[in-house]
Design a protein around this ligand. Structure first.
Ligand code: COA
Length: 129
């Protein structure tokens, strides 16, 4: 993940997400290995909401529609289980993520100051399903 993101990021995806959210997460592979993934879940506390924690596509495959395809599948899964809204966040510096979510039809709010604690601003995405 650190290679894919170009900075230390692996700590944001601890094993618990793979152990406990794999039913609503997606992995894409090709002949060269891992191609991309989406880690998402249906909120246990907010019955209308689905949430995407992380999306990543191998640098060699970016720009080819893989993340859009993974998101579309997650939207279908979430809607089929009664969810009406999908949410996600990103760091204000992640221009690629903001552009991607905008292209996918998400409303973009922020940066919201102190969203994840003092000094940790976040851009907030929301899209109806
Ligand atoms: C963001 C990321 C997942 C996009 O994956 P991808 O497979 O290249 O995206 P897609 O090819 O499906 O693009 C879908 C749309 O988003 C747009 N988009 C994606 N990345 C973009 C970027 N860096 N800049 C501008 N637009 C971008 C595409 O132009 C496309 O729009 P279009 O269909 O209207 O032409 C990928 O760049 C990535 O893994 N980045 C590093 C990890 C990361 O930052 N993840 C998000 C935060 S958790």
């Amino acid at each position: 993940m650190d290679d894919w993101w170009g900075r230390p990021i692996a700590a944001v995806l601890p094993r618990l997400f793979l152990d406990h959210f794999h039913r609503t997460s997606l992995v894409a592979e090709d002949g060269d290995g891992l191609a991309g993934f989406v880690i998402g879940f249906l909120s246990p506390s907010e019955p209308d909401d689905a949430y995407i924690h992380f999306v990543g596509v191998a640098p060699r495959l970016r720009g080819g529609g893989l993340a859009r395809s993974l998101y579309r599948r997650f939207f279908e899964l979430a809607a089929s289980e009664g969810r009406t809204r999908v949410k996600a966040i990103t760091s204000p510096a992640n221009r690629g993520s903001i552009a991607f979510h905008t292209a996918l039809g998400f409303a973009v709010a922020g940066p919201v100051p102190d969203y994840d604690g003092p000094g940790v601003d976040r851009v907030v995405f929301e899209r109806p399903l």
